[in-house]
Ligand binder design. Structure first.
Ligand code: PEP
Length: 253
């Protein structure tokens, strides 16, 4: 499976800054034939840049969408609107959405269904908080998030879904799961997918690791057998470090 290098800009980058980043990345990609797959999770305002970017092999993701199709939901953005920009992906269930915006497993499940309905590919985030890991409950917590978030999602729909394992204690903290901790959880997620679905789904679903990935630690993490790439926050904000991550990913595919 090709390594996926997915950035998450979170609430950063003005429109000119986003344009500069993407045109710089397009320039870097000229004449290159990458094996890894590039996705950038960007604020909604940048999504129209998808149109020029995908030709260069840069795919954009929204960082959220509404669980509703349309209507009187002031300030919300629907999956159909995201899709109409040319974006291919949407990050759903990010721990910051769960923590600050009340996205429950059930709401996330609705959003995943709505996104799929509109032809978007969800990047579905799961992960435990520090206390849950200290209590040794991390696998149980992640399995429950998977069961609830993927409720009534068919094996065929799973072909459109990427899972991102993001231990909450490692996001934006500088603390990274060890490559072995990541591998253990990724293996456990794959095993659980084989129980919820079948071996085919378990093997074909890309599982990204997220949580303070940076050029200094990416090689080891990307090299783990059940890690198919990264969802990267801080280190995706600077073009040079994002490019370094791409180059490390290229070494592992
Ligand atoms: C994220 O935003 O999903 C993330 C993992 O952030 P960071 O890489 O900054 O920890």
């Amino acid at each position: 499976m090709n390594t996926i290098v997915a950035g998450n800009w979170k609430m950063n980058m003005t429109l000119p800054e986003g344009r500069d980043f993407i045109s710089g990345l397009q320039e870097y990609l000229q004449g290159k034939n990458l094996k890894s797959q590039l996705i950038l999770g960007v604020p909604f305002i940048h999504l129209p840049l998808s149109l020029g970017a995908s030709e260069a092999g840069i795919y954009l993701a929204a960082q959220n969408c509404s669980e509703h199709s349309s209507g009187a939901y002031t300030g919300e953005t629907s999956a159909q609107m995201v899709q109409s920009t040319g974006a291919e992906y949407v990050i759903l269930g990010h721990s910051e959405r769960r923590q600050y915006f009340g996205d429950t497993d059930e709401v996330i499940n609705q959003k995943i269904k709505e996104a799929l309905q509109q032809g978007l590919k969800p990047i579905f985030c799961v992960g435990e908080v520090l206390e849950e890991r200290q209590q040794g409950r991390q696998e149980k917590v992640v399995h429950t998030q998977l069961e609830r978030g993927l409720a009534a999602i068919s094996p065929a729909q799973m072909e459109q879904i990427i899972i991102a394992y993001e231990p909450v204690w490692a996001i934006g903290t500088g603390e990274t799961a060890t490559p072995q901790q990541a591998e253990t959880m990724h293996w456990s997620i794959r095993k659980h997918l084989s129980e919820l679905y079948d071996l085919h789904v378990a093997e074909k679903t890309p599982i990204l690791y997220g949580g303070s990935v940076k050029p200094e630690n990416a090689r080891e993490i990307f090299g783990m057998p059940n890690v198919n790439g990264g969802l990267i926050g801080g280190a995706s904000l600077k073009l040079d470090s994002y490019i370094q991550l791409i180059e490390l990913a290229e070494e592992t595919v």
